[in-house]
Design a binder for this molecule. Sequence first.
Ligand code: MN
Length: 271
Amino acid sequence: MLPAQMRPLILLTNDDGIQGGGLLALAEAMAEIGEVVVYAPDRNNSGVSHHVTLDRPLRIQPIRPGWFQVDGRPADCVYLAVHEHLKRRPSLVVSGINAGPNLSYDVHYSGTVGAAYEAALMGFPAIAVSLLGPSPFDFRPAARFAKDLAQTVLERGLPRDLILNVNVPQGEPTGFQWTFLGHRLFSHSVAKDEDPRGEPYYWVGGEAAPPMRIDGSDTHAVAEGRISVTPLSLDWTHQAALQGKMAAWSVSGKTPQMAVDPKMRPKEPPF
Ligand code: MN
């Protein structure tokens, strides 16, 4: 095996917190292909998306060799590791393995995905990995696939304007599939009750309805027992809208100043 400094540096984080079993399984698998460093939140941060902490100081605490606990969000962990702590630049950033899916438009809420986005914004190849429930979770098949995908990314590279969002079904997957985001609806319920002082409180977040069966979608792939890999774009611009009827709207009687030419857009962000 190559000395640690010559092996690719792989930065890991998650949103379930540094105690998360998925993070440990991921670290063990990734140690086979690189030097692993872990910067992870000190507690569960599920649902924090790409939150960065701008309103208070952050602290980094060493836990054991190569493992650091941060009292911030997953994106803070990536930011601090890269800009402050690490002696060399990572070759790859992997976030997970999340205990539970990050499918469909849920990716907008996911702290697991948010950390990968932070890494990609800095110009690093980034992968988010999630394992479908329910518990108990056996993270080993997901960790194996994450390692194999990571190896492929290290060899081939990734376009710099995307991240890979991986969802692994429970049990032994039958293979993997490239996918687009599916449609998974929620009941959007609000639980209302009273606290011991008689004040009302509210608990948001509803139950997931069964996903629509759309061939090629992430939700369908995992329902069929396959690992889903979705490339997610950094650029949220809706290109079709810029080329469609909306681009000719007049607002308050005024027509738009300039039509958008798609050729004006750089292919990759300027890192
Ligand atoms: Mn989570």
